[in-house]
Design a protein around this ligand. Structure first.
Ligand code: HEC
Length: 94
């Protein structure tokens, strides 16, 4: 019984860690739709260019927020999560 509880505890801990460092929590399919407004200025080639600036998932999310603020109304938290998930899945692959 105790061993089982310990195992469950370990599993919960592992899930917690995976949740913190794993893939972004957004929905890439929805993110692709939201991202269409971003194509006003640049295509997706920017994201795969050898000269791209973004080097981590955190930096990617920050940049999505930065560009999202350009719009009125700005992108919502959910939009940011979804666009980040989409860009990461299809281009950045962190
Ligand atoms: C007003 C024009 C404009 C709009 C609108 C715009 N961008 Fe950009 N974006 C740029 C320019 C110019 C750059 C390159 C210079 C820079 O990073 O500041 C850039 C760079 C980026 C980069 C960094 C690429 C890299 O790895 O170097 C990301 C990510 C990005 N944009 C995402 C978005 C997203 C997401 C949206 C929509 C929410 C968006 N942009 C809307 C003009 C725009």
């Amino acid at each position: 019984m105790n061993a089982r509880r310990e195992l469950l505890g370990a599993l919960a801990g592992a899930l917690l860690i995976a949740g913190c460092t794993g893939a972004p929590k957004g929905d890439p399919v929805r993110g692709m739709e939201v991202h269409k407004v971003c194509l006003d200025c640049h295509g997706t080639e920017l994201y795969t260019s050898p000269k791209r600036k973004i080097q981590s998932l955190n930096a990617l999310r920050k940049d999505v927020v930065r560009w999202g603020d350009y719009y009125a109304p700005a992108l919502s938290e959910q939009d940011v999560d979804d666009v980040t998930a989409y860009l990461n899945r299809d281009f950045y692959k962190f």
